[in-house]
Design a protein around this ligand. Structure first.
Ligand SMILES: C[S@@+](CC[C@H](N)C(=O)[O-])C[C@H]1O[C@@H](n2cnc3c(N)ncnc32)[C@H](O)[C@@H]1O
Length: 257
């Protein structure tokens, strides 16, 4: 799996503390260990520091460990050599997986700082997943977890017969949290995602339950897409909850090229 130059698309080679291509484009590796290959700086829209902090606090509870174990067993079952986590965030999943060559890509500097400090076995890259700096047909397995799906790029970078693993929240995911916040809670909508060029070969759900204290619950709520659309009045309802048992419910979809 080759990382390619965002300027000329030639192969990048790691040399000491930077990546260089034959056309002498050079990209420094940050002190934490990630490389910034994102050229359109003003468009950076990755997750901010407080969001990453909330996610790290919640993920440290171990509530999603069952999910990353399941994902690792899928990745191992495909004898993955070259693996990419598209929108890897702070690398909570990426660092756990057993694959010889791992790349994690995200637009969030805060996320990649955390990821690359904790994990020296993965190449972490700041880039948009919609313009992935990886050679075409060079990846065995791609993962996207709770993030936008860069359909065309996934098809481009996958080898023939390579796999794409997609994780989405299922209907009952965090239902108790929604009931605690909203007067009329709704179920998550789950819609099948078609990816031209890939065939859906397997789809199933996995779930678990966990009990969270107030700080963990608020951190979890901050991770959700509905945090930004919820009124302050509804958000405040969480402040009075000391402990809540919450359902974690995911759909795993596996596609093959
Ligand atoms: C909900 S988080 C999920 C992170 C990680 N997959 C996880 O499950 O812990 C979504 C991530 O997508 C990243 N993201 C959103 N749009 C992106 C883009 N166009 N390119 C790269 N990363 C992007 C955000 O920065 C954020 O880290």
């Amino acid at each position: 799996m080759n990382i390619i130059c965002p300027v000329c698309k030639e192969k990048l080679t790691k040399e000491d503390k930077s990546y260089k291509c034959i056309n002498r484009h050079s990209f420094d590796i940050s002190k934490e260990g990630y490389v910034n290959l994102f050229l359109r700086k003003s468009e950076n829209s990755g997750d901010e520091k407080d969001m990453i902090h909330a996610r790290t606090l919640f993920l440290n509870t171990g509530s999603y460990d069952f999910l990353r174990k399941e994902l690792n067993s899928i990745i191992e079952s495909y004898n993955t050599i070259d693996f990419v986590d598209l929108a890897c965030g702070e690398g909570y999943y990426t660092r756990y997986f057993n694959a010889p060559n791992k790349v994690g890509i995200d637009l969030s500097k805060s996320g990649l700082k955390t990821a690359s400090k904790a994990d020296k076995d993965t190449d972490y890259i700041l880039s948009s997943i919609f313009d992935t700096p990886l050679q075409s047909e060079s990846v065995d397995t791609v993962l996207t977890c709770f993030a936008p799906v860069a359909k065309e790029e996934i098809v481009r970078i996958l080898k023939d017969k390579g796999h794409f693993i997609l994780v989405h929240p299922n209907i009952r995911h965090l239902s108790e949290l929604r009931s605690a916040v909203y007067d009329t809670p709704y179920d998550n909508e789950v819609e099948p995602i078609e990816i031209p060029g890939l065939k859906l070969v397997k789809e199933y759900s996995i779930d678990s339950k966990g009990t969270l204290n107030n700080e963990q619950l608020i951190a979890l709520f901050k991770m959700t897409p509905y945090y930004h659309t919820t009124s302050d009045k509804d958000k405040e309802k969480l402040n009075s909850i000391n402990e809540l048992s919450v359902t974690f419910d995911f759909i795993i979809s596996i596609y093959e090229k």
